[in-house]
Design a protein around this ligand. Sequence first.
Ligand SMILES: *Cc1c(COP(=O)(O)O)cnc(C)c1O
Length: 374
Amino acid sequence: MIPFVNLKKQRNFYKNELTEAEKEVLESGCFIGGPQVENLEKELAAYIGAPDLQCVSCGSGTDAITIALMALGLRPGDEVIVPDFTFIAPAECVSLMGGVPKFADINPQTLQIDPESVCGLVTERTVGIIGVNLFGQCAPFEKLKEIADHHGLWLLEDAAQAFGARRGTQMACTLGDISITSFYPTKPLGCYGDGGALFTHDSQLAERIRMIANHGSKGHYHHEILGLNSRLDALQAAILRVKLRHLKDELEIRRNNACKYDELFHDSNISHKLGDPIPQTLSPGNESSVAQYTLLVQNREKFIEILKGIEVPYCIHYPAPLSEQKCFQEILADKTGNGPVYTPNAHLASTQAISLPVCAFTDVDEIIGRIKNF
Ligand SMILES: *Cc1c(COP(=O)(O)O)cnc(C)c1O
């Protein structure tokens, strides 16, 4: 069976570099912080290439969101607007801190948060917006920023799936007051465990973020604020430094793979046999990190049967809108008295979305061959 993300093949490609980096850390006796972590933070910021951008690594993408919300001063009862169709972390972190997630609908073609829906959710209790770069494509941040500026809100960019993506002249991880990414193993830049990072241009915020990730301390058992233990291991940092050197090439292959799929699904004869799946639309000026290659298909069950028949793996991201998840029902009912605003596009996407393997070590030609011959 073809793996959905081929991490074994990736490791084989970089084996010498990786084992050397791993050995160096294991023999250094320095496992938390230290030169690997410091160098990685500098290299991540340099990769994005925005002057004065500061990077602070941490324990995971989810931790990065929590740390960002702490740094931005989220208080119980505060409302934060999040997309209804994405991974749970943004809404989960807001809720765990006593905040209230307000679920915005998405654009039915790009699947990104819909600024018009965001506008309709702003109340006097709203403090911020979390935009998510879904499947590697940047959300319409210039529009989100307009809304945030107009209402005096902060803007958090969740680029967990989009390190290395671009929107116009701006790179992902530079689009929010704070931006976060994740190094979960199957993300476009992944380590061998959990890991994450935050980015900001604001040096005061950066200092606060660094303290929060380390027990609210600058490192000498003096704790100015409450914080967490959320640090990236030196071993993960060393692994990420190796993979970062190859990221540009990998992203290019991912984008090339996506183009091959686009071509396939735009061939109406083939497409019709498959139930007319429609690829996620890339908005103009966007360069995706192609974390997922996602299609919308009306009869998803039939499409899945075809994929199973030709042994092509798939994933469903995501099977339900977040506003329908059981864990949020109490929060939403308790604090607002009425349920969330209905999000027709998020609901439809959750019944139609399906993703195909697209990583740099996937043999997409083989998959396309199987689909063509089906
Ligand atoms: C993966 C992901 C996260 C969380 O990252 P972890 O490192 O797994 O905690 C947050 N937001 C989005 C959109 C993600 O895809």
